[in-house]
Design a protein around this ligand. Structure first.
Ligand code: ATP
Length: 910
């Protein structure tokens, strides 16, 4: 019994307890969120009490006023006095002071002060602006007290209070009653105009409608507020844990003079820190101070995002409530995506804005744009807006004639104007999958820690420190080995550690680049699904300046991973079947759909599996590109893929020509110049949307078409970046004959989902590790030279369907974006060879060649007295007809038809 008591005393580490209690300073208590909540509720109650006291005073003032006057300063302490105010003497005194001696009825405004402060404190965020409230309250007190005292001068009840009466009297003496009345009216009216900015309109006859009215309205604060969701301003996103982590990452060294083995001998193991990053606040009941995280040997110190949180002395209990409702955080920032700047501007323009005759308008210029113009709409608008057809001609002539004139007169070109009513999909179309809580099970952490330490100990590897970072699906244990331990020894123990933890998907990163530690990633028993919704409502996604932002997933440190596809500039995705590739593609596509207007982005979707991308068919008229004359905008046929890829190459070349003419280096500069109307549309210039080519199963294409597919893909990958064409290529079979050297060299950004072998992992990432992933969206991304493990965001098919449906039901362009026509040379050759356009000497030339059994162009030249070009063309046609073989350089061609009889049969068929 005594021994037990002694042990208990030892393990309770009294020193630690004392030290941590001392660290809770008054400052920390003041900063604590519980203190804020208590103060908030107190202020809220105060505002209610004030309201009751003032309200009650309005009805009981006659009864109570005498008593207040009589008792004077002793009123509050006069126990025998009975008053009628609902809040007793205190209520009567407050009402008397604030209403009678103060500001009259305007004193009610004072109730808002504690109310606003209280609500802000309770919810821990600036729901109301305190400064604005103070400003309004005090101006309101002054204005209303004076106005009421002025308007109701001789009533029994003091409507304006002493202050109001004094000021009203003073002003009346100064400028007379009329002057005071006018002053008050001007003050009130000025405030009203300032606040609501009403539009004063002249009667219709005198009104001069101009385009600038709409712009003027847009500059109003209300209009801006309507465009930018208010919550965007209010949203406060917690500081990135990465930025804080270093400061909080305090090592817990093994006591000096002791080795880890000594600790084992004492039945203790080195302390471990658990880093539960970002929104996570796992220890809501017993939080631990960030810098006080050293524990005794058995403990796990938990590093939290808020360093000021008090310390719990019992580390095991400390981990009991290791949960956080991330969804709560998410709701706080769950906003509709910030609309693209051009779209809302267009949207807020009045629908049927009259145009000034003879003024060059954006419509006039759009009329001459060669591509992507919804013809019917244009005609409609022109018919509505202009009376005379000559006006249109004149405008077009003006618009295209002299560019300097246009730039002077016109506002910037708005590419979104064609679909000005386009609405971006809202976050309500997406689901929250699972609880989104990051749960760290303290027992699991402790167990894993002991297993890792135990396994290393078995191989005589001692460590100084171990810490853990809990991610959505994987926990990263970071260990600092004792001096002298070779990293390769730990790396070689990968399988042994996996065995001891009895877990799949263990990955050892030795060393973690830039950290000086060794990482062991262990899958969590309970895994979290990362919802697309939470990613799209993250600050990183909403407030970035990327051209093509793609929200991919969450890192182990629970940070949102958002990248710019435009700078990647192409993406290669590989992974065995069923490991999350299709979901990954949907994630990328959906994140682009949430940020881009149809005028800014087009997809070319290649889906040999025929079912994966078919959901996107409904957005054909908004976001898809296809070959002219094609019915289907999602390409499933290999032959059509080749044509489309070649058409994309032509588009790329055309774009380069445009860029060259515009003297710019990339699509961004080009579009900027076009928007400023510095490029002449008549010379073929047009606003260039980004084009993203998505190939869902690349292996299938390579197997069926080989080089024919590889060559244009390689060309696009090498050159298309500057002209805004980006490729996303996914494959199930990441073998070297599919992902060839040429492809790999041009895809620096690569994603690997779980693959079946280390070789596959090396083929994709040039490093192992992807074979150890756990599937279901667990992935490694090689980006900017770094290899990062992410949990891919999950977006389910019904969600994608809803988003596409939402876009698809809106007004779109008349057709999909048309790529340039590509004519297959071989097909063309075949087509050349019809009777109608066959050279009249074709049969003679064929006979000559067959008779001589010599496929020589100079023979035709000499015998038939023809020029070299015609003879050469005849020879090409003879080859296409299968009469002679291919060109063999200086040697004569092989004659494939051996007898004249055979030849006559062939000729008969033409
Ligand atoms: N990010 C994710 N989070 C959670 N679960 C996921 C995630 N990604 C995929 N999954 C799960 O894995 C299943 C298979 O995913 P997906 O269809 O994307 O695989 P795939 O690699 O495209 O397979 P295939 O190559 O056969 O088309 C999904 O139905 C889903 O249940």
């Amino acid at each position: 019994m005594a021994v037990k008591a002694k042990q208990k005393k030892e393990t309770s580490t009294p020193g630690l307890k004392q030290e941590k209690e001392q660290t809770v300073s008054v400052q920390e208590v003041v900063k604590d969120e519980r203190t804020h909540k208590i103060s908030g509720f107190s202020l809220l109650v105060l505002s209610i009490l004030l309201l009751i006291a003032l309200g009650s005073y309005c009805f009981t003032w006659q009864e109570d006023q005498d008593k207040v006057f009589k008792a004077g300063a002793n009123f509050l302490f006069a126990d025998n006095l009975q008053v009628d105010n609902m809040l007793g003497r205190l209520g009567a005194w407050t009402g008397h002071t604030l209403i009678y001696k103060g500001f009259g009825l305007a004193a009610f405004l004072l109730c808002t002060l504690p109310f606003v402060a209280g609500v802000n404190l309770i919810f821990g965020k600036k729901l109301f602006s305190v400064w604005r409230n103070v400003k309004y309250t005090f101006t309101g007190l002054l204005f209303f007290s004076v106005a009421l005292a002025f308007a109701l001068p001789d009533s029994g009840f003091s409507y304006g209070g002493a202050v109001g009466e004094f000021c009203s009297q003073y002003l009346s003496n100064l400028m007379g009653k009329a002057g005071t009345g006018l002053l008050l009216f001007v003050a009130g009216f000025s405030w009203f105009i300032w606040r609501f900015n009403p539009v004063f309109k002249l009667p219709k006859r005198l009104e001069k409608p101009t385009l600038t009215d709409a712009e003027a309205n847009l500059t109003k604060p209300e209009a801006v507020a309507a465009i930018v969701p208010e919550a965007v301003e209010e949203t406060t996103i917690p500081e990135s844990p990465a930025a804080q982590s270093d400061a909080r990452f305090q090592p817990t060294p093994i006591p000096s003079g002791k080795s880890i083995n000594d600790l084992y001998a004492e039945g203790k193991t080195p302390a471990m820190q658990v880093f539960v990053p970002e929104e996570i606040n796992p220890l809501t009941n017993q939080p631990v101070a960030a810098n006080g995280n050293s524990m005794d040997g058995d403990g796990i110190a938990v590093v939290l995002p808020q360093p000021s949180t008090p310390v719990n002395e019992d580390p095991v209990n400390a981990l009991d409530v290791m949960e956080t409702d991330e969804s709560v955080e998410t709701i706080a920032v769950a906003l509709p995506p910030k609309p693209n700047p051009p779209a809302p501007v267009a949207e807020s323009e009045p629908e049927s804005e009259p145009l000034q005759p003879k003024k060059i308008t954006p419509i006039a210029v759009r009329e001459i744009l060669p591509n992507q113009l919804p013809k019917s709409d244009l005609e409609l608008e022109l018919n509505n807006d202009l009376d005379e057809e000559e006006d249109i001609d004149e405008m077009v002539a003006n618009a295209t004639g002299s560019i300097p004139e246009i730039t002077q007169d016109l506002e910037p070109y708005d590419p979104a104007l064609d679909l000005k009513g386009y609405k971006f999909p809202g976050l309500d179309l997406l689901d929250t999958h699972g609880s989104e809580k990051v749960i760290a099970d303290p027992e699991e952490l402790e167990q894993n820690k002991n297993q890792i330490i135990g396994t290393l100990k078995n191989y005589d590897i001692t460590i100084q420190r171990i810490s853990a970072t809990v991610g959505p699906t994987v926990t990263l244990y970071e260990i600092v080995p004792a001096p002298g331990v070779r990293i390769s020894r730990i790396k070689n123990l990968e399988d042994d550690i996996a065995l001891s933890l009895a877990a799949l998907g263990i990955r050892i990163i030795a060393p973690i680049p830039g950290k000086g530690t060794i990482g062991i990633e262990v899958p969590n028993v309970r895994k979290n699904v990362v919802s697309m919704k939470s990613l799209l409502s993250s600050d990183k996604y909403l407030n970035n300046k990327y051209s093509l932002p793609i929200a991919i997933g969450k890192t182990i440190a629970n940070e949102h991973f958002v990248a710019d596809l435009a700078s990647m500039p192409h993406l290669l995705m590989a992974g065995a079947t069923g490991q999350g590739k299709s979901v990954g593609i949907n994630t990328v596509l959906v994140s682009l759909l949430y940020k881009k207007h149809p005028s800014q982005l087009k997809f070319v979707l290649v889906d040999p599996k025929k079912v994966e991308l078919s959901l996107y068919r409904v957005i054909e008229k908004h976001f898809l590109a296809k070959l002219p004359g094609e019915d289907e905008s999602i390409i499933t046929d290999t032959k059509k893929v080749i044509n489309t890829l070649n058409a994309l190459c032509i588009e790329m070349d055309n774009r380069y020509d445009l860029l060259k003419e515009a003297h710019v280096r990339n699509i961004k500069e080009y579009n900027e110049k076009f928007i400023k109307r510095k490029l002449n549309p008549q010379k073929g210039h047009q606003y260039l949307p980004f084009i993203v080519l998505v190939v869902d199963e690349f292996a299938d294409l390579i197997m069926t078409a080989g080089k024919e597919v590889e060559m244009p893909i390689a060309r696009l990958a090498q050159l298309a970046r500057a002209v805004g064409i980006h490729l996303i290529i996914a494959t199930q079979r990441p073998s070297v004959n599919i992902i060839t050297g040429t492809i790999k060299a041009n895809f620096p950004s690569r994603i690997a989902f779980k693959v079946s072998s280390k070789i596959d992992s090396r083929t994709i990432l040039d490093a192992g590790g992807a074979e150890q992933l756990i599937g279901k969206g667990d992935m490694l991304i090689s980006h900017n030279g770094e290899l990062i493990r992410l949990q891919c965001a999950f977006v389910d098919t019904p969600e994608v369907e809803k988003v596409c449906e939402f876009i698809g039901t809106q007004r779109g362009y008349p057709d999909a974006f048309l790529l340039p026509e590509y004519v297959d040379e071989k097909e063309q050759e075949g087509r050349d060879f019809d009777l109608s356009d066959r050279d009249v000497l074709f049969a003679d030339a064929a006979r000559l060649i067959v008779q001589n059994q010599m496929g020589s162009t100079s023979l035709i030249q000499r015998r038939m007295k023809l020029g070299y070009n015609r003879a050469g063309r005849l020879m090409d046609r003879l080859e296409a007809a299968g009469i002679v073989g291919a060109n063999q350089g200086s040697k004569a061609r092989e004659v494939l038809v051996k007898t004249e009889h055979e030849l006559e049969q062939i000729l008969e068929n033409f």
